[in-house]
Write a protein that binds this ligand. Structure first.
Ligand code: SAH
Ligand code: SF4
Ligand code: F3S
Length: 441
């Protein structure tokens, strides 16, 4: 049988990036080879995200584009995988006639069998969720371009059921991956020349692996990965504020290769909104966690996620988000307008009653404030020297692009350095998004 060509397009979070690599590994065993050229694809897979309505709309537009292309140029099969596949199931086959295959996040091992059905002219679908699947034994086929930084999934699913969120529905129950396979994968990446791994889960603080009577928690796993090699940087995402422990912060402080950057999603600065969101912490409890980070990791940056205009949000509640942002002085933030998602608690029990233009205005105020905070955070680095791990610059061959341990982007003249090297860079200039500097020997 001749080799078939697989083209994968990935949307959504970093977990989907890893899943696409797992899917490529599964299909490679069945005579498929990854291509970056759509023109030569026999199979196009779209790995999708359902987190907000606009994420889904983008994918639908793309699927229709594939449909037109199929008619115009050459024939290929189209599969939808990931969170939209799980959320919409058969509906996707009914609504988008270009789609031949629908596969949810826990059913990727079934892809080869489903593709046989597609080849015989049927449609293929499997959206069963699992309580155990972690793909722990599969060595992902790396599709990153830089060969310096990589993601490693340590768990799947989510049990938190924040009232606005589709993830518990699309990814199923939380389960942790065997630590031996995590450590092995990170070791192999280091041996292949990678210098940074990001351990991934929706709520890494609740990682737990039971072996007999012993329970291995996230702190211990992180320590084991940190010990692989001092030149391997380790990051992780995401932490849930309700589960972020002092113990974890102390472990990070102990190992220089554990990065000094904490992502701690706030969502809202108002205790009453947090209650409606079912986040299970108050404004004060969240602030106490920020103080703990500052105490144990004084050099760390703190980033966050914020949702503007959640159900019932008053002007006063919105102001509390702004004041908390100012107090925390975030170094970076992802900011979103609330988007109601079908079948979530909020969609069924709360009223999406903040008018669109009010949501937009509040989001805009949040963005303007964060730009100011981001700039202030970068300006603090002027004149300081940081160790930067390099990847290639997207814009020019003469410059390299890298990140500090604090996860800030630095651009600097390349000189004789190459990808994967560590460089010491003194910061000379900045914008709210980037630092600029020169290498010091
Ligand atoms: N598990 C992670 C984040 C998952 S989704 C966590 O709990 O932090 C990433 C971000 O998308 C969330 O932190 C939230 O800010 C945002 N988000 C999730 N659902 C949303 C919705 N319905 N509307 C707008 N933003 C949403
Ligand atoms: Fe969604 Fe909350 Fe789980 Fe994050 S913790 S994935 S926001 S339900
Ligand atoms: Fe999106 Fe699913 Fe990730 S909804 S954010 S791709 S877990």
């Amino acid at each position: 049988m001749s080799t078939r060509k697989l083209y994968i397009e990935t949307y959504g979070c970093q977990m989907n990036v890893v899943d696409s690599e797992v899917v490529a590994a599964i299909l490679q065993q069945h005579n498929y080879q990854v291509t970056e050229e759509l023109d030569e694809a026999d199979l196009v897979l779209v790995n999708t995200c359902s987190i907000r309505d606009n994420a889904e709309q983008r994918v639908r537009a793309r699927i229709r584009e594939f449909g037109r292309l199929k008619e115009k140029s050459h024939s290929f099969s189209v599969g939808v995988i990931g969170c939209m596949a799980e959320r919409l199931k058969e509906k996707l086959l009914e609504e988008e006639n270009t789609v031949d295959l629908v596969v949810g996040p826990d059913s990727y091992r079934d892809l080869p069998a489903l593709l046989q059905e597609v080849e015989s002219g049927q449609k293929g679908i499997n959206t069963l969720l699992s309580l155990e699947e972690t793909y722990g034994d599969i060595r992902p086929v790396r599709m990153d371009r830089n060969h310096v930084t990589s993601f490693v999934a340590i768990m799947r699913g989510c049990n938190n059921f924040c009232s606005y969120c589709v993830v518990p529905g699309t990814r199923g129950r939380e389960r942790s991956r065997d630590p031996e396979t995590v450590v092995r994968e990170c070791k192999e990446l280091f041996e292949q020349g990678y210098r940074e791994v990001t351990l991934l889960g929706q709520n890494v603080n609740s990682y737990r692996w039971k072996e007999g009577e012993q329970v291995l928690k996230f702190e211990k796993l992180l320590e084991r990965v940190a010990k692989i090699h001092p030149l391997l940087r380790v990051r992780f995402a995401t932490s849930h504020p309700k589960d972020m422990s002092d113990h974890l912060l102390k472990v990070i402080a102990k190992f220089p290769n554990l990065c000094q950057a904490i992502h701690l999603p706030l969502q809202s600065g108002s205790t009453s909104v947090l209650g409606r969101m079912k986040r299970r912490y108050t404004r004060e409890q969240y602030m106490e966690r920020i103080q703990a980070i500052r105490k144990f990791l004084p050099g760390a940056t703190i980033s966050t996620d914020i949702i503007a205009g959640f159900c019932g949000e008053t002007e006063e509640e919105h102001q509390q988000t702004l004041s908390l942002m100012e107090w925390a002085g975030y170094d970076f933030a992802y900011m979103f307008k609330y988007s109601e998602r079908p079948e979530t608690f909020a969609a069924e029990k709360l009223n999406d009653d903040v008018p669109e233009e009010v949501k937009s205005r509040r989001l805009n105020e949040i963005i303007v404030l964060q730009s100011r905070l981001s700039l202030r955070s970068k300006e603090r680095d002027l004149g300081q020297t940081y160790e930067v791990l390099e990847g290639p610059s997207k814009k020019s061959d003469a410059y390299l692009y890298g990140r500090t341990s604090q996860n800030k982007v630095v651009v600097f003249p390349k000189g004789t350095l190459k990808q994967g090297d560590y460089a010491r860079v003194v910061i000379k200039d900045c914008t709210s998004a980037t630092l600029k500097g020169n290498v010091v020997s």
